[in-house]
Design a protein around this ligand. Structure first.
Ligand SMILES: Nc1ncnc2c1ncn2[C@@H]1O[C@H](COP(=O)(O)OP(=O)(O)O)[C@@H](O)[C@H]1O
Ligand SMILES: CC(C)(COP(=O)(O)O)[C@@H](O)C(=O)NCCC(=O)O
Length: 418
């Protein structure tokens, strides 16, 4: 796995084998414009999968004591691949035999009737490819439905999922389930969707913008010649946006424009300095360009999000999508924008499993499918555990913010009807 958490190389493959030995019962995909997100449930050793119906070989150690193991213990795992490298995803699924036991089957798993829940535009675009290469049918789940289901699930079931981030301070937010709705969900993927959520399955996509994560990476690649998202983020770390952005102070001779509440250090015009300076792109440091770009896009999304929150009187805004990547400066910029525009009234919040909302929602939709005998899920998040520890090993509690999505498997139980 590279620094992005994108699968590559043998080592991760070996680590994942351990999980396969423990049996993957269900798997769902979110195939987006930039990344493929995968969520799968790995049944703990003492339970196994037979013909698509999960049953126990021994005691599952769970409450109902039913020999058919209607409650399974295991872990939810999270992985991502670049969409342009979809073949790596297919190879991974194939090598791990996920196409045999990752979906649900109509009685006969050995047949080609494997069906996998999938959301995102790629569920349409790549349906034939999955069929041709793996004999897998992608059962399409609507992207907005999935995002909302994934977010609601995490906000209600997972502990330490939502947090605020301001001035370098991360604070987990205790969500009162009775007081969750309404909220604004802002998913920053390649593009940005803004969804007003009023309940389970009750929502409206109220806005969106095409200036999103794809814009950041696309423009960043053109302007800095960097090759990857991580490289671009890394560059932005050591950059100074003031070299390129035109500040209020640049226009007002170092003074604030206090009458309208603008400090001299506020950005008056992103990239505005490049207008008057007789410089070529090469004369600017790639670090500074990356920083200005990140700031411009984060600010803009924060502002549009706030305006939509204002439009509907929403106080809480949850930001998801892989543009964020747990990156301090991105979250800080978004938080400052929301705080500034709302005069402290609205709050920006972020999610640990930010990029996996759609995939989780697609995963949850198995429970609506009678074919699976899957009645309901009950998830209990425990300690984030590295996928490599799936088959045992010491617990790792020191989850790093940036890597939580790859390392933060969730211990859970899945309830199935007999
Ligand atoms: N490893 C990565 N490769 C490409 N883009 C990444 C990566 N990590 C984060 N990103 C950012 O995340 C965005 C995609 O977010 P995501 O939520 O997966 O959306 P989508 O569903 O459109 O693929 C990209 O546009 C980019 O800004
Ligand atoms: C079309 C999309 C829903 C696709 O989702 P994505 O793959 O970007 O996560 C998203 O890119 C989007 O909402 N774009 C903004 C389009 C607009 O409202 O202008």
């Amino acid at each position: 796995m590279d620094r992005n958490g994108v699968m590559e190389g043998e080592l991760e493959g070996k680590e994942m084998n351990k999980c396969v030995e423990e049996e993957v019962s269900h798997l769902a995909l979110d195939i987006g414009g930039s990344l493929i997100k995968m969520v799968y449930f790995c049944v703990s050793n003492n339970c196994s999968v037979h013909q698509g119906i999960l049953s126990s070989k021994g005691s599952c150690g769970l409450s109902n004591g039913n020999a058919n193991c209607s409650v399974l213990k295991g872990k939810l795992h999270f992985l991502k691949f670049e969409t342009t490298k979809i073949n790596e995803c297919l190879e991974f699924l194939s090598s791990k035999q996920f196409h045999r036991n990752g979906g649900y089957c109509h009685g006969d798993c050995a047949s080609d009737k494997n069906i996998i829940k999938a959301t995102g535009g790629g569920a349409f675009k790549f349906a034939d490819l999955f069929k041709e290469k793996l004999g897998m049918t992608l059962d399409k789940v609507d992207e907005m439905d999935s995002l909302v289901a994934g977010a609601n699930f995490l906000l209600k079931e997972a502990s330490r999922e939502a947090f605020t981030y301001m001035d370098g301070q991360k604070e987990y937010v205790q969500i009162d389930q009775k007081d969750l709705y309404p909220y604004l969900l802002v998913n920053i993927g390649s593009g940005v969707s803004m969804i007003k959520v009023d309940g389970d399955g009750k929502f409206e996509r109220v806005s969106g913008t095409s200036v999103g994560g794809g814009t950041f990476l696309g423009l960043g690649k053109l302007l800095t010649k960097c090759k990857s998202f991580d490289e671009l983020l890394e560059l932005s770390h050591s950059g100074n946006n003031r070299v390129i952005d035109m500040l209020v102070g640049d226009i007002f001779g170092g003074m604030d424009y206090s009458k309208i509440g603008l400090a001299s250090t506020a950005i008056a015009s992103s990239f505005g300095k490049a207008v008057s300076e007789d410089k070529d792109l090469e004369d600017y440091r790639a670090e500074d360009v990356a920083r200005s770009l990140l700031r411009m896009i984060s600010n803009n999304i924060g502002q549009i999000a706030y305006l939509n929150a204002l439009r509907f009187g929403l106080k809480r805004i949850f930001f998801g999508g892989f543009f964020i990547r747990g990156h301090a400066y991105t979250m800080d910029t978004i938080s400052v924008a929301v705080n500034f525009w709302s005069k402290g009234e609205a709050k920006a919040m972020f999610l640990r499993h930010e990029g996996f909302l759609g995939a989780l929602g697609a995963f949850m939709s198995y429970k609506e499918d009678g074919l699976t005998d899957l009645m309901a899920h009950h998830f209990v998040e425990q300690v984030p555990i590295k996928p490599s520890l799936c088959a045992g090993g010491s617990l790792n509690n020191s989850s790093i913010l940036e890597d939580v999505n790859e390392n933060g498997s969730i211990e859970c139980t899945v309830q199935l009807s007999n």
